[in-house]
Design a protein around this ligand. Structure first.
Ligand code: ACO
Length: 331
């Protein structure tokens, strides 16, 4: 029998501080109406100044482990998807390993922009299906508020902080049925953070020129996203020998309601089958898919036997999709 990988526990954490569109009206030349109409976002959660990414990851990770009924000491691998690590190195996953008390577990970060969690899910699946590991924690955790230019209205209204996590373990059937990963580096300059790496090491000049903030060509990213979210979803369904009508729930990256609706339309999905929590959290990058998944599971929407499509796009440009048969209890 083929060994499958399934999600046996999910967890999420968002910081308590909320920044509404009305708060943003006081900070930049924008309006609640513009933000809601163009993006669907109403508010976002913002981490405290002294809260690093690893703290959000820890809270979400602990909840996922509890939900799976697994002790941290049993973990074989911890994978953190993030574009806002505590620092360039060591990996945030190593800091999390220490905080969780998961001594000995392998740990590394994965950077694939907002597609990071779905990339991570696919990597974890490979380790489980190959028989290398049994217990893996995949976390998407972000503190985008710390790399956003709060004077740039074209980006600061979009992002929020948070973390979502999933425990993956072996299963006899169901679980991850297929994945689809991809990238197009020709779009690297449409969404990037210029300074702090080897190309532009941090200096007075990078700081003065605001090169430590997110730069984005919103229109280019939007066009890419509308195209790739639908395409990647159709491709991954084909790999799993399934059709759009087999999908019970669509769990997309939460960047913009218009992007999500365009992708859902390509799959001819009903509104109630599309998980949207964007109004509450904004775009939390690699945390968005696992937070949406956790909320849909916790609310009782998603149940064993349901077919899910998880799909994301992000900086790189990257995309990632996974089709799953939910069987949290079916191991
Ligand atoms: N408030 C008011 N007006 C604004 C704001 C704002 N916050 N931001 C931009 N505008 C103005 C612009 O200046 C422009 O004015 P102009 O016509 O006088 O020049 C006008 O609104 C229209 O701007 P557009 O950029 O054309 O607006 P658009 O409808 O494309 O929406 C948006 C912009 C929301 C950014 C959209 O392009 C988008 O969602 N893109 C995808 C972004 C994304 O998902 N990024 C994350 C990727 S994931 C990752 O890896 C981090």
């Amino acid at each position: 029998m083929t060994r499958k990988a399934t999600i046996t526990g999910v967890g999420k954490y968002v910081p308590p501080k909320v920044l509404s569109n009305y708060d943003l009206e006081e900070m930049v030349d924008t309006s609640n109406e513009w933000i809601v109409q163009r993006t669907g976002i109403e508010r976002r959660h913002i981490a405290a100044e002294d809260t690093p990414c690893s703290e959000l990851a820890l809270k979400a990770g602990k909840r996922a482990l509890e939900n799976a009924g697994l002790e941290a000491s049993k973990l074989d691998l911890i994978l953190v998807a993030t574009v806002t690590p505590d620092m360039p190195f060591p990996a945030t996953a190593c800091l999390l390993q220490q905080e969780l008390g998961a001594g000995g577990a392998a740990a590394f970060d994965l950077e694939a922009g907002c597609s990071g969690f779905v990339y991570g899910l696919s990597v974890a699946e490979q380790f489980i299906v190959s028989g290398t590991y049994d217990n893996i924690l995949v976390v998407g955790a972000e503190t985008l508020s710390k790399i956003v230019d709060w004077e740039d209205r074209s980006t600061c209204v979009l992002f929020g902080d948070g973390a979502g996590a999933a425990v993956l373990q072996p299963a006899e059937s169901g679980g991850v049925l297929a994945t689809e990963l991809g990238s197009d580096g020709s779009g690297a300059d449409s969404l990037y953070l210029p300074a702090g790496g080897s190309l532009n090491p941090s200096s007075h000049s990078t700081l003065e020129n605001g090169m430590h903030y997110i730069k984005m060509e919103g229109n280019q990213v939007f066009r890419f996203a509308v195209k790739i979210m639908g395409e990647a979803s159709l491709r991954v369904l084909e790999k799993a020998n399934l059709k759009p009508e087999d999908v019970d729930f669509f769990v997309p990256h939460q960047a913009n309601t218009r992007i999500i609706k365009a992708a859902a339309k390509r799959l001819k999905l009903k509104d109630e089958d599309v998980i949207i929590n964007l109004p509450e959290y904004g775009n939390t990058s690699s945390a968005s898919v696992p937070i949406a998944l956790q909320e849909a599971v916790e609310s009782g929407k998603i149940n064993d036997g349901d077919i899910l499509v998880l799909v994301a796009f992000g900086a790189g440009l990257t995309w990632a999709a996974a089709v799953m048969e939910w069987n949290k209890g079916g191991r």
